[in-house]
Design a protein around this ligand. Structure first.
Ligand code: SAM
Length: 222
């Protein structure tokens, strides 16, 4: 019997797992889309950099029915979860398998200076400063003049921002609820479950072969 993956289930478990690390995740998406619309209008062409299974791409497509999104990632498994669970939203999400560090990235995206925006959540901290610099240079060839880049990644505070850092830490500590409800997995647990799923064995193998030289994230780095 051929095994069939529960794509929607894996996507929902991804959402719950990510919410564990980002309790304000939905608000973060919302603010980013507000800014996107205010700066480039309600029908933008957008690239979601390091889209994973397309959490942000999905929200952009649903909140802005005129938007077109290129959802780009280098992880074949997460892309497949996205393709199957989120789909193309009526031809408005195009899934692209590409590495943000690839010198051919501009060609892979294929928008030739016509994109209104590049957006990203919790992905770009995976790149080294040099790789990030390379990406920013490539984005200048992907975005149109006046296009915007909105990065919703984790930010840390510099050594001279200790007052802000301690205020933020106090807010975090008092933000009561532990988002870990019953059955909510950690990043490590989610990946362990994926690796144990027979229907995903080929994608797991493909993923392993690609990320061979890439550092493996711990729960603290997600
Ligand atoms: C924590 S996940 C975030 C995914 C999604 N943006 C979200 O908010 O749920 C980080 C993503 O960055 C992607 N990523 C990391 N390095 C990458 C690279 N060099 N090229 C493309 N994607 C990359 C990973 O594959 C993963 O999907």
């Amino acid at each position: 019997m051929t095994e069939v993956a529960d794509w929607e289930g894996w996507f929902q478990r991804w959402e719950a797992q990510q919410g564990l690390y980002l309790p304000e995740r939905e608000s973060r998406f919302g603010v980013m889309i507000d800014i996107l619309r205010a700066m480039v209008g309600a029908a933008p062409t957008v690239i979601d950099l390091g889209c994973g299974p397309g959490s942000l791409a999905q929200r952009v497509a649903d909140r802005l029915p005129g938007a077109h999104v290129v959802a780009l990632d280098a992880d074949p498994l997460l892309l497949e979860v996205g393709r199957r669970a989120v789909g193309d939203r009526g031809g408005r999400i195009r899934w692209v398998d590409a590495d943000l560090r690839d010198s051919e990235l501009v060609k892979r995206i294929g928008l030739n200076g016509a994109a209104d925006a590049a957006i990203s959540t919790t992905a770009l901290h995976w790149l080294s400063p040099d790789e990030l610099f390379g990406l920013f240079v490539r984005l200048t060839h992907v975005l149109r003049p006046g296009g915007v880049f909105i990065n919703g990644d984790h930010l840390t505070f510099d050594h001279d921002q200790s007052r802000i850092a301690s205020a933020v830490n106090r807010i975090r500590e008092s933000a009561a609820d532990d988002p870990r409800g019953p059955g909510v997995e950690t990043w490590t647990e989610w990946w362990a479950s994926i690796e144990a799923e027979p229907a995903l064995a080929e994608l797991v193998a493909e993923r392993r072969s690609r990320w061979g030289g890439h550092p493996v994230a711990t729960d603290l780095q997600v």
